[in-house]
Design a protein around this ligand. Structure first.
Ligand SMILES: [Zn+2]
Length: 364
């Protein structure tokens, strides 16, 4: 797999290869541990440990080489890989978002299965000349990794290859939608089969494909709609900046005068402290009897953006930090020029959503 969509929490960095951080999801350690426990029932501790380590090395190695295949071909096209995460259901190379051609997409997607199939063939050939059960197992594992990922269930590699092939004549968005539909169809098939066969693992993979297909499809649609927009296109201009010592009434008066302002920034010198939203400020004054401090209503989790930067970039940052608001500066943060450090506007996630909805009406 080579996917962008998974939130990679609960993973430990085990090192770097070709400059790419390699992480292992804790569930993979748990799975290896279970293999050890299972094997350990009929074996002495030393053999169990050795077998478990061998299984871990074979699984980690196979998945890692598959993902490196994706990452290194992407690098040939000057596209970076943020990290590689090894999961029990395979791996994921988090390849950076870039404007790739269908041919590049196809080659990046095919690189992983190609590595797995070559490893399978090599291990198979070696197992013919040297008697080794391990080599046969290694060949089988890589054959499954190679062929399994070629199933055209987007966002598995096979689905990406299909999308690349469709992109040429229906465009990236429609190709993604088609590939995602087929991906979800196959995913439902896998889940049904899993119930029938009582195969929990297959069920997990099916559910994963279903969710991932939908999530990637949405990302492509959103990118298409807001792809060309800049932060300043959706920004609400800031007419006034407040400090922590300001009275809530002052803020409320300013908000009443400026009906377009849904949030205002609060700073301390050049430091951003957060934003205040319109509704809580006005509601707090209605309460009246208990004095509410400005700091009690402050949302401190805000992103920072430059007015001329792409909106998709800001959306990625806000998604990652779960920020609802972003403060916009006219220039880059390291600009020493005074005046550039005065916030120019605020972007709320609601502004972006409205922009996407407007785009949708225009498009369909
Ligand atoms: Zn892959």
């Amino acid at each position: 797999m080579s996917t962008l969509f998974i939130k990679m929490r609960w993973s430990l960095t085990i090192g770097r290869l070709a400059g790419i951080p390699i992480k292992v999801h804790v569930t993979l350690f748990v799975m290896i541990g279970l293999v050890g426990l299972f094997y350990g029932r009929n074996s002495d501790p030393v053999t169990t440990l050795l077998v478990t380590l061998l299984v871990a090395a074979l699984v980690f190695g196979s998945v890692l080489l598959h993902e490196l295949g994706h990452a290194l071909v992407a690098r040939r096209f000057k596209i970076g890989t943020r990290e590689i995460v090894l999961l029990p259901i395979g791996g994921a190379a988090l390849i950076e978002d870039a404007d790739t051609t269908p041919r590049q997409d196809l080659l990046i997607a095919f690189a992983g299965p190609a590595v797995s199939l070559m490893l399978a063939a090599a291990a198979w050939a070696l197992s013919a000349v040297s008697s080794g059960n391990t080599l046969v197992r290694f060949a089988q594992l890589n054959l499954i990794l190679g062929l399994g990922n070629l199933i055209p269930a987007f966002p598995l590699d096979g689905g990406r290859i299909l999308r690349a092939a469709l992109t040429g004549w229906m465009g990236r968005v429609r190709a993604t939608t088609m590939a995602a539909k087929l991906g979800r169809f196959i995913a439902v098939g896998l889940v049904v089969t899993a119930f029938w066969e009582g195969d929990l693992w297959l069920g997990i993979i099916g559910a994963f494909i279903y969710v991932a297909a939908t999530s990637e499809e949405r990302t492509v649609i959103i990118r298409n709609i807001i792809g060309e927009r800049l932060v300043k296109d959706v920004m609400m201009p800031v007419r006034r900046i407040f400090g922590l010592t300001d009275d809530l009434h002052t803020v409320a008066d300013a908000l009443r005068q400026d009906s377009g302002a849904r949030a205002v920034p609060v700073t301390f010198g050049e430091r951003i402290l957060g934003v205040l939203y319109r509704e809580p400020v006005l509601a707090a004054l209605e309460l009246g009897d208990r004095p509410i401090q400005l700091r009690d209503l402050l949302d401190r989790n805000v992103a920072v953006a430059v007015a001329d930067s792409p909106l998709t970039e800001l959306l990625t940052i806000m998604g990652r930090t779960r920020a609802r608001a972003a403060i916009v500066y006219p220039g880059a943060p390291d600009d020493a020029d005074d005046g550039t450090r005065v916030p120019k506007g605020v972007v709320l996630i609601d502004n972006v959503i409205e922009e996407i909805q407007r785009g949708k009406h225009a498009e369909f």
